[in-house]
Design a protein around this ligand. Structure first.
Ligand SMILES: [Zn+2]
Length: 409
C-alpha cells in the first residue's frame, strides 16, 4: 500500500494516494480506515475527501454494519464519473475498450486489422470507432477524460507517431495523436503496447505488495517487456524501454527490422516459426511472402494443431517459449524482481502449452535462487490487455500516485 505524506505541498500526491485506496476498496472504505492505511492525518483525509466529493469522483452516503461497534459510513467510487477509452492498434486487429474509474471494461469492440497502405484512412476509422463505442455504451460523452492509443514500438511520444513498427509497413511517422484529438475533441495520448500492458497489470493487480517489482512479457505481433521497479513503470528516456526483441540469441536466424540476423525478434518471428514448422512436416499454409493476416491465420493453425495434441506443434511452441524465457531469465537477473507476468494476444492462445516451460527456464536462469524464487504467471487480462492499458494510462495521467513527479516538484 502506497503511503502518503502530511506535507502540504504534496497535496496532489495525497489526493492520488487516497483516491487509489478508495478505488481499490470494492465494498467502500471509511475515513478511519483510510487514515490507517495511508498514514495521513484525519485533517488531510478530510480536506482531500471534500475535494473528491466536490468533483463527484466519490460518494459517502452508505452506512455499513459489520460486527459489534458503531456502523461505519463508507466512501465509494463514483465509477462512471470519469471514463477512458483505450485503442490498441495491432497489425492484425484494432481493439477498443471503454474503462470506468476502477479500470474495468464497460464496453468494447474489435475491428479487423488496420489497412497498412492507408494510415490516414485508418486514423479516420479509429475516430469513427470511438464515437460508435461511446454511442453504444450509453455513457455521457462529457465523462470521457481521454483516449489512449496503444501502438507497437518504437514510437515518438513528442511527435505523436509510430516510428517504424515491425509489421506495420507504411505507418512510419504517421501522425496519430494530433489528427485523432482534432477529430474527437478529446485528449489523446500515445503509449507503447508493452508498457500499456504493464500499466494494465499494475491497475488490476489484487495484491499491492505483489505489484511493486515485476516484469511483464508481452507476446503479441512482436515481443517486448514492461518493467516495474519499486512500484514505478520503467519508461526510459523516450518511453521506449523494454525492447528485448533485439537481444542476441547467439546464432543467426532471420533478418530483424534492425538489420541484424541474430535478434530474438528474428528467432521468434512468424517467418522463423513457419520455416521450422515446415521442417517439422507441419503445413501452416503460409506462403514465403505472406501478408500479416495470412501469417496470423498460419499461427492460428499451429495453435489448433497443438490444441489437438500434435506433439511437433507443441514442441515448436515450447521452443519458442524457451527462446523468450532465456532472455527473460537474464533480464530477471539484472533487475532482481520476483515475478514475471506473461500476457498479450498471442500468449493467451499458447499459454496452456508453454507456461510451464517458461517458468522452468526463467527460474533455471535466475542466479539468486537460494535467496528467492521467481513466480511466473499468466496475466488475467486476456487479449485486450494492451487496449485496457491504454485506458488505464489515461486515468493514470490524472489520478495515480506518481512519486517520480514529486522529484520534479
Ligand atoms: Zn533486431
Amino acid at each position: 500500500m502506497q503511503r502518503g505524506t502530511n506535507l502540504g505541498r504534496l497535496g496532489d500526491f495525497n489526493q492520488a494516494v487516497i483516491f487509489a485506496s478508495i478505488r481499490r476498496a470494492l465494498d467502500g472504505v471509511s475515513r478511519v480506515e483510510l487514515a490507517e492505511s495511508t498514514g495521513l492525518s484525519p485533517q488531510t483525509i478530510s480536506n482531500v475527501v471534500r475535494r473528491l466529493l466536490d468533483e463527484g469522483l466519490v460518494r459517502e452516503d452508505r452506512t455499513i454494519v459489520s460486527g459489534p461497534g458503531k456502523p461505519r459510513t463508507v466512501l465509494e467510487l463514483e465509477a462512471n464519473r470519469q471514463l477512458a477509452i483505450g485503442i490498441h492498434l495491432d497489425p492484425a486487429l484494432i481493439t477498443l475498450v471503454m474503462l470506468d474509474l476502477r479500470g474495468e471494461v464497460i464496453a468494447s469492440k474489435r475491428y479487423p486489422g488496420p489497412a497498412v497502405e492507408d494510415p490516414e484512412g485508418t486514423v479516420a476509422r479509429m475516430a469513427e470507432a470511438v464515437e460508435d463505442l461511446i454511442g453504444a455504451s450509453g455513457q455521457l460523452r462529457s465523462n470521457i477524460v481521454g483516449v489512449g492509443v496503444v501502438v507497437p514500438g518504437p514510437m515518438d511520444t513528442d511527435g505523436g507517431h509510430v516510428t517504424g513498427p515491425p509489421l506495420l509497413d507504411g505507418w512510419s511517422k504517421v501522425e496519430i495523436v494530433k489528427p485523432l484529438a482534432g477529430k474527437l475533441n478529446l485528449n489523446v495520448i500515445l503509449e507503447k503496447d508493452t508498457i500499456a500492458a504493464t500499466i494494465a497489470e499494475v491497475w488490476h493487480g489484487t495484491d499491492q505488495e505483489d505489484e511493486q517489482n515485476f516484469v511483464f512479457v508481452y507476446v503479441g505481433a512482436g515481443i517486448g517487456v514492461g518493467m516495474v521497479l519499486n512500484g514505478e513503470i520503467v519508461r526510459g528516456v523516450s518511453n521506449n524501454a523494454g525492447e528485448i526483441g533485439h537481444y542476441s540469441v547467439g546464432e543467426e536466424t532471420t533478418m530483424c527490422v534492425c538489420g541484424r540476423t541474430d535478434c530474438l525478434a528474428g528467432a521468434t518471428s512468424f517467418e522463423t516459426i513457419a520455416r521450422k514448422a515446415s521442417e517439422a512436416g507441419l503445413d501452416l499454409g503460409i506462403a514465403e511472402n505472406a501478408g500479416v493476416s495470412e501469417r496470423a491465420a498460419g499461427m492460428g493453425r499451429l495453435v489448433e494443431l497443438a490444441d489437438g495434441g500434435n506433439t511437433a506443434a507443441i514442441d515448436l511452441l515450447r521452443a519458442f517459449a524457451r527462446r523468450v524465457a532465456d532472455m527473460v531469465g537474464q533480464l530477471v537477473n539484472v533487475l532482481d524482481v520476483d515475478k514475471v507476468v506473461y500476457g498479450g494476444p498471442y500468449w493467451d492462445l499458447i499459454s496452456q502449452h508453454v507456461l510451464e516451460t517458461a517458468d522452468e527456464v526463467v527460474n533455471e536462469r535466475f542466479s539468486a535462487k537460494d535467496v528467492h524464487g521467481i513466480r511466473v504467471v499468466n496475466s488475467g487480462l486476456g487479449p485486450e490487455v494492451a487496449a485496457i492499458g491504454g485506458g488505464c494510462a489515461v486515468l493514470d495521467a490524472s489520478l495515480s500516485p506518481k512519486p517520480s513527479v514529486l522529484l520534479l516538484g
